[in-house]
Design a protein. Structure first.
Length: 149
């Protein structure tokens, strides 16, 4: 709902309760009248939280692999962190990456209406080019032949 000359009036759009139950404060009444967030909001919040946590885990495993667990023996013997070898941590890092790819796809699907409304209508050629460039990078990694030593 929009007020006469200003931004949308969110308070007038909320449901209100006619009377308070005994012992209820006015603050509890105000919150009781609001409807819970829709499924899309709850799913988006969950996806965003998981993206953040998995992104932090991916960064920590990358730093662990780069700086704490040396390649090869390098005179240290078999280095381990939390009873896992470098190979184990690289597999964990790989699977975290796959999980993030799935969550990014879910995030894009949840926000597809915004992407279409804001980005595609104003700069449709840029969006199409951007999507095609991303798909070309993926195809390149999957199609280009692997050389053997």
């Amino acid at each position: 709902m929009r007020s006469e000359n200003g931004p949308p009036n969110l308070c007038s759009a909320m449901e209100t309760v006619d009377h308070a139950p005994e012992g209820a404060s006015s603050n509890a009444l105000h919150l009781e009248g609001r409807s819970s967030p829709g499924w899309r909001v709850r799913v988006t919040r969950g996806v965003n939280a998981l993206l953040y946590l998995l992104g932090c885990m991916l960064a920590s495993t990358a730093l662990l692999l780069a700086w704490r667990l040396p390649r090869g023996n390098q005179g240290l013997g078999r280095a381990m962190f939390l009873d896992r070898t470098r190979h184990d941590w690289s597999e964990i890092h790989e699977w975290l990456g796959y999980a993030i790819l799935i969550l990014v796809a879910a995030h894009l699907l949840l926000h597809w209406a915004w992407i279409y409304r804001v980005a595609a209508q104003r700069h449709s050629l840029r969006v199409v080019g951007f999507v095609l460039a991303g798909l070309a990078l993926i195809a390149f990694a999957l199609i280009w032949p692997v050389s053997r030593l």
